[in-house]
Design a protein around this ligand. Structure first.
Ligand code: SF4
Length: 362
């Protein structure tokens, strides 16, 4: 990865944004394509997984962006389908002695940090996140050192090392509230790694100057939503409301009727009066949206399509690496265990605990 200067947000118009997207593309090219299983193979895997979950006292925890087959299995086995924070919280409260986390690596790490005494497995350890990749600890820590008068607030989509370097960890659900709380106390902020969510926070709170310094990271899925195509779609569906995740570009967020985390998007779909919704986030969320509001219609927001960074737009390629096949193998063999150095875990727990406490009192 490139040096610290390459990760600091420069002026967009000068085309100087340099999270190392070539590196991300190269990483994606190495991901093997999953073989599509037949219905019979899926059913066989499901019954074997259910038996192993019981035998090994393991809870199945899946993120909203994973394959609907995995989400359905987590539902069916009294596991959990949720956003990253709720996944970790569920893992720490369940009576199961082991956790099988379907998602990307930072989610497994966060679950382990919150539940150090439990065994945490994942279907694959190769599934990562462009935000995590784009915020390597060495360069990020050097940047924090250069701005030691700023509080360090990082998004949950970061490594255990980056979390341990931070003062606060937040999810998209409470990012604005936490940063507002800190600005009210006269603090200045380093926000990392998602620049789009950072810009949204800056705009929302009217932050100026170096109140909030932004790291130059982005989600390769949300970054592909495009305003022009969205406006065209809104003409086609004039009665539809737009629901957008704040990792999307600011132009998309300005055009949205609701901006929120995955859980907030699902709640908005239930609560809002519209019958149709254009949804700007990973398409995996459609499983829970349809379950939560079966009478309503959901339409995928348009992406830039061919030539985009993502292999399949509006579908996280890393989330897609979690399959029934590798879930079964990991459970059977006890492989792909997540390890977090206990001392590092304790350090990372401090900013995580601030988030958990903040959520409880606000
Ligand atoms: S959807 Fe984006 S933010 Fe979520 S894991 Fe994939 S790359 Fe990371």
């Amino acid at each position: 990865m490139s040096n610290v200067e390459n990760h600091i947000l420069k002026d967009d118009s000068k085309n100087e944004l340099i999270t190392d997207r070539v590196f991300v593309r190269e990483y994606l090219d190495k991901i093997p394509l999953n073989r599509q299983l037949s219905d019979q193979e899926n059913a066989d895997h499901e019954s074997k997984i259910i038996a192993l979950l019981i035998e090994k006292n393991t809870a199945l925890i899946a993120h909203y962006y994973t394959d609907p087959l995995l989400q359905a299995l987590a539902d069916k086995t009294d596991g959990c389908v949720a956003d990253s924070l709720e996944m970790a919280r569920f893992g720490s409260t369940t009576s199961a002695s082991s956790l099988m986390v379907c998602g990307v690596k930072f989610m497994g790490e966060t679950a382990k940090i919150l539940s150090p005494d439990k065994t945490v497995l994942m279907p694959t350890l190769e599934a990562t996140c462009s935000l995590d990749i784009g915020c390597p600890i060495e360069t990020f820590s050097a940047y924090c050192d250069q701005h030691s008068d700023h509080k360090v607030v990082v998004y949950a989509n970061t490594s255990a090392e980056v979390k341990a370097r931070a003062d606060w960890v937040v999810t998209s659900a409470i990012a604005v509230a936490v940063v507002e709380h800190l600005l009210d106390q006269g603090e200045k902020i380093i926000w990392a790694p998602d620049k789009h969510l950072g810009r949204y926070i800056q705009n929302k709170l009217g932050a100026v100057g170096d109140d909030i310094l932004l790291w130059d990271g982005a989600c390769i899925v949300h970054e592909e939503f495009k305003l022009k195509a969205l406006e065209d779609m809104k003409h086609l569906y004039p009665d539809a409301a737009v629901l957008a995740h704040p990792e999307s570009p600011l132009a998309i967020l300005n055009a949205a009727d609701t901006v929120g985390s995955t859980t907030q998007i699902i709640n908005a779909a239930v609560r809002r009066p519209e019958q149709k919704f254009i949804v700007a986030t990973d398409s995996g969320i459609f499983y829970k949206l349809q379950q939560a509001a079966p009478e309503k219609e959901f339409i995928m927001a348009p992406t830039s399509g061919e030539g985009a960074t993502c292999r399949s737009c509006a579908q996280c390629p890393w989330m897609g690496m979690n399959t029934l096949q590798n879930l079964y193998e990991s459970l059977l063999e006890g492989s792909n265990e997540i390890h977090v150095d206990p001392k590092l875990g304790e350090q990372a727990m401090m900013p995580l605990q601030r988030m958990l406490d903040f959520k409880l009192i606000n």
